[in-house]
Design a protein. Structure first.
Length: 104
């Protein structure tokens, strides 16, 4: 099995492997910079799994910031029948695209 890690960012958990791209909520980091992502909740080297309580001590994931993008449009539509009431709203989430470089 390949080494992997479970990380938490913006209140969401992601399982990541090396050389994998990932879209997460907007992070305040410049395009092209390298960041360390913590906390690492679980870490596997392919043979042994370390589970943190609540995080694995001394572990971090290095990632390269590839781009800042906007996600797919999500439509919110409300209507009350026979009342002439309808509201339509759209939302596009701001995202950061990361490339995982190293797990450790």
């Amino acid at each position: 099995m390949e080494p992997y890690a479970v990380i938490e960012t913006s209140g969401r958990q992601y399982m990541v492997k090396a050389n994998e791209t990932l879209e997460v909520n907007l992070m305040q980091a410049e395009k092209g910079s390298t960041i360390d992502i913590r906390p690492v909740l679980a870490l596997s080297d392919g043979k042994e799994l370390k589970i943190g309580k609540p995080e694995v001590a001394g572990a971090s994931v290095k990632a390269l910031v590839l781009d800042h993008i906007r996600g797919e449009k999500v439509i919110s539509f409300r209507k009350f029948r026979r009342k002439g009431y309808s509201r339509k709203r759209g939302h596009r989430q701001e995202l950061t695209v990361l490339k995982i470089q190293a797990i450790g």
